[in-house]
Design a protein around this ligand. Structure first.
Ligand code: SF4
Length: 65
C-alpha cells in the first residue's frame, strides 16, 4: 500500500512488519474505534506491538454503543 511507504512497523529484532498481514484481534471488531480513520495509526501500532502475543490487550478499547 502506498500510504505505508515512508515508514513502517518493526519488531524487537528490527524486522519490518507488514501491517496488511497483522490479523485484526477479536477485541477490535467490537470496538467503536475500529475502522475510524483518525485512530488507524494508533490501532495499528497497538496491534503490531502485540503480534504473536495472547491475549490481545488495549487500554484504548471502547465498546460499541
Ligand atoms: S482502540 Fe484498541 S481495541 Fe479498539 S480498534 Fe483500536 S486497537 Fe482495537
Amino acid at each position: 500500500m502506498e500510504k505505508w511507504k515512508d515508514w513502517g512497523f518493526f519488531d524487537d529484532d528490527g524486522t519490518e512488519i507488514d501491517p496488511d498481514l497483522i490479523a485484526k484481534p477479536d477485541l477490535c471488531v467490537s470496538c467503536k474505534k475500529d475502522d475510524d480513520p483518525g485512530e488507524e495509526i494508533l490501532c495499528m501500532m497497538t496491534r503490531a506491538d502485540q503480534v504473536g502475543e495472547e491475549p490481545f490487550r488495549c487500554e484504548a478499547f471502547e465498546p460499541m454503543p
